[in-house]
Design a protein around this ligand. Structure first.
Ligand SMILES: *Cc1c(COP(=O)(O)O)cnc(C)c1O
Length: 424
């Protein structure tokens, strides 16, 4: 199947007389005929549902669709993108372990790694994604367990060199985790470039309508946990909470990562997506392949308009030929990048704030990457916990305005920008 067809049909195949749309199994629990049947589920000897804190069929239909779109072997939904990022790392890291991460990542992920996971005893080294090979090499330690990056960094819009980081990760016997939220599998499939685990905030383009918060983790099923068995004991040694099963043995390389995350992390932390939200996410996915190209088309027109405007200091959009990342974007995302454009208004922070207050079509919102055009000043919102030095390292200057171009008529979007720039 091509991606367009997968958006509509993958993940759920109704049998004779069954509902055309995925059923919403809005139930906490599931009934079994015998205690023995139930016991097999608790031993992971049989697959099935018993409690929605761990797994739910509606979620699994939708996860299977995203899995197909990304070309993975197994996937799971989470309650948010944050939960997906956390699970993807915590599934293979414990206190005393270390992770190499790109420094230009979403502010929430940065905080999760640098503050909250640090409190759990996991250390992160943040590297500039454009660093030299020597610098990248120097970031690894004997206890490094993963490398993390974002296909297109939110909001720095730096295009991550997936192949380069995959090679470095694999040379050190660890997987590469890529947050593919901004590109979506319509524009880029990180697994094809060597990524081992792909995460999403489905809250963004996948849902696409400002309706539901959610996340997803997809495993490529290619990383050989046994080859580096001493690094990943959680996957290669017995789990006593399930009578000594070994995930990588019992579920194979294709199933081990997601089964472990479901049966340990979901069991203990319960960041499950509600079946109702999964249903709405599925509605969004059905038009993802139609919406994403329109977002990219509108964003390119906006970027070209801003680039020529005399009140604009600079424009950053990886789809612009003037962008430093244009060639790399063409390699990884030949059909388009994303709908988000960042720029600086001449006059810095205060001019940016004045300009934003005059916008009418573009609404000020913390959100990005959905049908509605919206605008944000990250230094005073999503990234406000960072000092100026950290802001610069994350690629987010204090004057940066992030515009998420929606799928309204492009004429209305540009007219709005024009009138707001006229008065600032
Ligand atoms: C929004 C976002 C997240 C966090 O997702 P939530 O669904 O808000 O928890 C993670 N990564 C990226 C790139 C994001 O844009």
């Amino acid at each position: 199947m091509e991606r367009e067809t997968m958006c509509i049909q993958a993940g759920y195949e109704p049998k004779n007389g069954e509902s055309r749309m995925i059923p919403i199994i809005q139930s906490t629990t599931f009934k079994y005929d015998t205690s023995e049947d139930m016991g097999k589920l608790f031993d992971l000897e049989a697959s099935g549902y018993f409690y929605t804190r761990l797994q739910n069929p509606t979620n699994d239909y939708v996860a299977a669709k995203i899995c197909a779109l990304e070309g993975g072997s197994a996937a799971m939904l989470t309650s948010s993108g944050q939960a997906a990022s956390f699970y993807s790392v915590f599934n293979i890291c414990s206190a005393g372990d270390h992770v190499v991460s790109s420094s230009t990542i979403y502010g929430g992920t940065y905080n999760l790694f640098a503050v909250t996971m640090k409190r759990m005893g996991i250390e992160f080294t943040f590297v500039d994604p454009e660093c030299s090979d020597e610098e990248l090499e120097a970031a690894f330690r004997p206890n490094t367990k993963a490398v993390f990056g974002e296909t297109i960094a939110n909001p720095a819009l730096i295009v991550f060199d997936i192949e380069r980081f995959a090679k470095a990760a694999h040379a050190h016997g660890v997987p590469l985790i890529v947050d593919n939220t901004f590109a979506t599998p319509i524009n880029c499939r990180p697994i094809e470039w060597g990524a081992d685990i792909v995460t999403h905030s489905t809250t963004k383009y996948m849902d696409g309508h400002d309706a539901t918060v959610g996340g997803c983790i997809v495993d490529a099923g290619k990383f050989d946990w046994f080859k580096y068995a001493d690094k990943f004991p959680g996957l290669t040694t017995p789990d006593e909470s399930y009578h000594g099963i070994v995930y990588a043995k019992k579920f194979g390389l294709e199933g081990a990562f997601i089964t472990k995350a479901t049966s340990q992390l979901m069991r203990d932390l319960g960041s499950i997506q509600s079946p109702m939200n999964a249903y709405m996410l599925n509605l969004g996915l059905e038009s993802l392949h139609v919406r994403v190209p329109r977002h990219c088309e509108n964003a390119l027109k906006v970027a070209e308009f801003l680039e020529k405007h005399d009140k604009i200091a600079w424009v950053n959009y990886p789809g612009l030929e003037s962008s430093k990342y244009y060639d790399r974007a063409k390699k990884y995302m030949p059909d388009g990048t994303c709908g988000v454009v960042s720029f600086g208004v001449k006059g810095g922070r205060s001019a940016a704030e004045k300009f934003m207050s005059k916008l009418k079509v573009a609404m000020i919102a913390t959100h990005v990457a959905d049908a509605h055009t919206c605008v944000l000043h990250p230094a005073s919102a999503t990234h406000r916990q960072m000092n100026d030095e950290e802001l610069m390292a994350a690629g987010v200057g204090p004057d940066l305005v992030r515009l998420s171009v929606g799928i309204e008529n492009i004429k209305d979007i540009i007219t709005d920008l024009e009138q707001a720039l006229a008065v600032c």
